[in-house]
Design a protein around this ligand. Structure first.
Ligand SMILES: Cc1cc2nc3c(=O)[nH]c(=O)nc-3n(C[C@H](O)[C@H](O)[C@H](O)COP(=O)(O)OP(=O)(O)OC[C@H]3O[C@@H](n4cnc5c(N)ncnc54)[C@H](O)[C@@H]3O)c2cc1C
Ligand SMILES: NC(=O)c1ccc[n+]([C@@H]2O[C@H](COP(=O)([O-])OP(=O)(O)OC[C@H]3O[C@@H](n4cnc5c(N)ncnc54)[C@H](O)[C@@H]3O)[C@@H](O)[C@H]2O)c1
Length: 640
């Protein structure tokens, strides 16, 4: 590394990485008026999708909606560039409805790059950051926990220095990356892009603990070599719902492309089993831990041996390419085995592979080293987000990027940080799980991780989080006024339906009969009728003729709030209990060795994670309800 070129530039924030996390972090800082530089080892990797060509899906759709409500860019960008859109799980309850959109990969990247290039206060710099610059700090009184270091800037490969007040690390899968395809190993990042090989050493010197994770991707195939007549065609939705609350739904109704569904079979599984010794994972060449919930096809065949077949979705990577993504068959088997196994799948018998499937290993951290603001507990001004924090997925990365970016800005501006708790959003669940739990593999969001999922629906993300985005400064006055108007309309319409009674007259009985709904014995309110599963707000229009025309987004909320009121009220009560525990704060400098009667495991883990509240402490593994009682008594007795 050159040491002579010591040219110095001064900025407010340096964001290292221009993936989904870095883009959101940098946009947030620049939009809040801070001079920001975003570094990437290659400008071509801006918002790159190195794996699946889609945004959203189960629970990830929720994340994107929440990100959008807070003022992030991913929802808007996918609305600009999708080629197929589908609301998943519509046959189930509204809590698990999830939007999923197939992206034109190249367009997605291009569109995000355009947003970055046109953003005031933001500079894109193609350069590898090799070193973080920092100093020891004495300001331990500023945070009870006590920062030990303060960030001062970054140094790039040429030796040039950028002095700054905050750094956001969003290095994704590039740090110390190596790609594996059977016996063939290359020392690159995704898609053959340059890896970042110097920064790890600097991070270690700062006392940051690193670990190694791995992930994988399936092959991309030439469309012309596939036989779609042997697969089931999958269409997009007739009426497309945009991701962003700011996108006019009428502007996204466009022609969509199809995907195709096919399956693996016993022959596929046999080839995989016979060649497991040539898989770097099973041969022990891969050291990193892979994601349990997005397993490779080798893992699926071994771990779910009883399954006769696995789903395979064939998805176009864009409108101007013949490359097709083979969803569900990621692998690190050698090329010859890949070809043999793929060719057993109906429709893929003559497939030609454009890009081989591969696994990638990279350096990342255990996010237990971070506050829920995503700042390192011991290093003032150093934040991190995305795959580097041990998560997996574009959406998970983007959400963390936004939160880290906002909080880097807030710390510089001297304002209160943004935190979202588990009862406010999936983003809260994601970050709390990352900083509190002992995750041993790349973390993927799932609806089952959210305990208050009836409240955390994708349809009401704006009602839950828009205000926080407005307070942070990323939501405009106009957008906020729109939200307030929507809230008023929902509230008054619910009131009206509760207070409008219909008699058990002939017209009403006839209406009920025509919708297979039991007849009324006495008068009932429109709200009571709406609670019946067979009736909806729209259907009730037949006997509710005086109603005002309302926007679809208001009707949707009125429908859900009334239909699920009982469950919603119950869940809100649980949230009150939860919040009580979150409000009981634990001083950051608490000496757990002084707390008598804590079990050793609890003491060790509390010292490791240093929770900020009793609520967070109760979710740390190895901390039992009895330990929590001990802590509560101690805090009360010593007036802490
Ligand atoms: C092979 C593979 C398979 C995957 N499978 C899936 C999948 O199926 N679905 C899914 O949702 N996710 C998948 N992922 C993960 C997905 O790519 C990430 O979760 C997501 O892109 C992470 O975003 P990020 O912003 O954290 O990092 P990335 O998108 O990895 O971006 C990192 C950025 O950091 C830059 N960078 C790194 N180090 C430095 C440095 N020292 N100096 C300057 N710049 C630097 C890079 O140039 C890049 O711009 C896969 C990733 C890979 C590579
Ligand atoms: N380590 C990583 O970083 C990594 C690796 C692989 C996968 N992943 C994650 O896993 C996800 C992929 O995993 P998955 O196999 O569960 O798929 P998915 O999340 O994309 O799909 C889940 C469900 O969506 C539906 N679906 C999928 N493709 C569809 C299509 N084209 N049309 C209609 N419906 C479709 C199906 O019901 C499917 O079971 C990615 O979104 C990614 O977030 C991450």
């Amino acid at each position: 590394m050159s040491k002579t070129n010591e040219f110095v530039e001064k900025v407010d924030v340096c964001v290292i990485g221009a993936g989904h996390a870095g883009c959101e972090a940098a946009l947030a800082c620049a939009r809040l008026g801070l001079e920001t530089v975003i570094f990437t080892v290659s400008v071509d990797s801006i918002a790159l999708m190195p794996c699946n060509p889609n945004v959203g899906g189960s629970s990830k759709g929720h994340l994107v909606r929440e990100l959008d409500a807070l003022g992030g860019e991913m929802g808007k960008n996918i609305d600009r560039t999708f080629i197929q859109s589908k609301m998943l799980n519509v046959s189930k309850g509204p809590a698990v409805h999830s939007l999923r959109a197939q992206a034109d990969k190249a367009e997605y990247t291009r569109a995000m790059r355009k947003v970055l290039e046109n953003q005031d206060h933001l500079v894109i710099k193609q350069a590898e950051v090799c070193e973080l610059l920092w100093e020891e700090t004495a300001d331990s009184e500023e945070k009870p926990d006590g920062y030990q270091k303060r960030i001062k800037g970054v140094k790039i490969f040429t030796g040039m220095v950028y002095e700054c007040k905050a750094v956001v690390l969003c290095t994704g899968t590039y740090l110390g990356a190596r790609c594996l395809c059977g016996e063939s190993i290359t020392y690159t990042g995704p898609n053959g892009l340059q890896a970042a090989n110097h920064l790890t050493e600097s991070l270690k010197k700062m006392g940051i603990e690193l670990r190694r994770f791995k992930t994988g991707t399936p092959a991309r195939m030439d469309r012309r070599s596939l036989d779609f007549t042997r697969m089931e065609e999958q269409f997009g939705d007739e009426r497309i719902v945009p991701f962003s609350f700011s996108t006019d739904p009428d502007t996204v109704q466009k022609e969509q492309v199809s995907c195709w569904l096919t399956y693996t079979n016993e022959k596929t599984h046999e080839i995989i089993r016979e060649n497991l010794d040539r898989s770097p994972i099973y041969a022990g060449i891969i050291e990193g831990t892979g994601p349990r919930y997005c397993p490779s096809i080798e893992d699926k065949v071994v771990k779910f041996a009883e399954k006769e077949r696995h789903q395979v979705f064939i998805e176009p990577e864009g409108l101007h390419t013949n490359e097709m993504y083979v969803a569900g068959m990621s692998s690190s088997l050698p090329e010859d085995v890949q070809l043999a196994m793929y060719r057993t799948v109906p429709g893929l018998e003559n497939c030609r592979i454009v890009r081989n499937a591969y696994a990638i290993e990279y350096d990342c951290i255990h996010a237990g080293q971070l506050y829920p603001t995503l700042e390192f507990r011991k290093i003032r001004g150093l934040f991190s987000a995305g795959q580097f924090n041990g998560s997996s997925g574009y959406e998970e990365a983007a959400c963390q990027g936004l939160v880290a970016g906002i909080n880097a800005a807030m710390s510089i501006l001297g304002k209160s940080p943004l935190t979202i708790d588990r009862s406010e959003g999936y983003i809260g669940v994601l970050i709390d799980d990352l900083v509190t739990k002992n995750n041993r593999e790349p973390y993927r969001m799932m609806t089952s991780r959210a305990e208050y999922r009836l409240l955390l629906r994708q349809d009401n993300a704006d009602l839950r989080l828009r205000k926080k985005g407005y307070e942070a400064g990323l939501i405009s006055e106009e957008e906020y006024q729109h939200l307030l108007k929507k809230e008023r309309l929902i509230e008054s319409e619910i009131e009206r339906l509760k207070n409008t009674s219909v008699g058990a007259n002939k017209e009403v009985q006839h209406f009920l009969e025509s919708h297979d709904s039991s007849s009324l014995k006495t008068a009932a309110s429109l709200a009571e009728l709406l609670c019946r599963p067979e009736l909806s707000y729209e259907i009730l229009g037949e006997i509710d003729r005086d109603r005002k025309a309302l926007p679809a987004e208001v009707i949707e909320q009125v429908d859900i709030e009334i239909k699920y009121e009982g469950y919603i009220v119950r869940q809100k009560r649980q949230v009150e209990q939860y919040r009580k525990m979150e409000k009981k704060k634990i001083p950051g400098n608490l000496d757990y060795d002084e707390v008598p009667s804590l079990r050793i495991e609890a003491r060790q883990n509390l010292k490791l994670f240093r929770p900020i509240s009793i609520g967070q402490a109760s979710r740390i593994s190895g901390v039992s309800p009895a330990d929590i009682s001990v802590l509560l008594v101690y805090l009360e007795r010593y007036g802490r």
